[in-house]
Design a protein. Sequence first.
Length: 319
Amino acid sequence: MLDKLPTISDGIRLSVRRLPNVLRNNNQQQYQQEGGKKNTSFSQLVKKKNKAICNVLVLGLAELLGTALLLFLGCMGCVSKADIVPSPHHLSALIFGLSVLLIIQLFGHISGAHLNPAVTLSCALQGKLRPLLVPIYIIAQFLGGLLGFGALKVLIPEDLITNDISNTDTNTTTTQFGICSTTLHPKLTSIQAVAIETIITTVLIMICCSVWDKRNAQNTDSTPVRFGLIVSVLSMTAGPFTGASMNTARSFAPAVFNGDWEAHWVYWVGPTLGAFVGTFMYRFIFENTEDDDVNEDKLNNTEDIPLHENHIDIKNNIV
């Protein structure tokens, strides 16, 4: 019986034989654990990239639909032939302002509801919008304008969106530009029109900057209503002279569908100048730069693009 009992030497030989298998199993488990960590990190990176792409698409879609609604609803309010009594331009201005109110309430918390390349440019100059998003916003705004006005042209009968003007002296009838085109007053020069568009866009942009100002953070209640009334006032005053565009995307879509390109460059130069003038005037004269806590590294980081910047109040919804 004692001969069959394992000795110490037998135990040592058994341990030595099993040692390679034990080491092999340990190495395999360690490799799998490290590989699992690497796979987990890679999957998290992929999810992060996909989330960033989805967020960018959501921002662009919000701007596209918002600008489409601006052209569709606002220009629909300019169809004067649908009324028995011709509506004054004040009513069209009020309709555009209320349309802006509606869109800000709908999309303001998502993308800021810029609806206007001049506002997007000002937002970027102020450091409130990442440079990567600027072309996405602007392209979405132009496409949205074309989509909204194109839908209006399809749904409204053609005889309601054109105006026939009779000339009693020559006994001829001419067709006026299609509905919602921004045109200059006949007695207004191009330089005067550029000046008017620049001034009213400057006022609009300075109001945007005042809303973004931290000192005004506690006064952002009813922002959609305020901006709707602001757009209405500017449209009422400058509408008879230039159409009060203040928005290149708003003027571009009717020009494409109506073929109205006369002095169209005014609506590119004026709002763009207004964006620069309004932004730098407010920034260097009125803005308090002592508490500038914008993180430049965060602004330039394109790996993760959330729907909202942490340093931007989502209540600061801009036309």
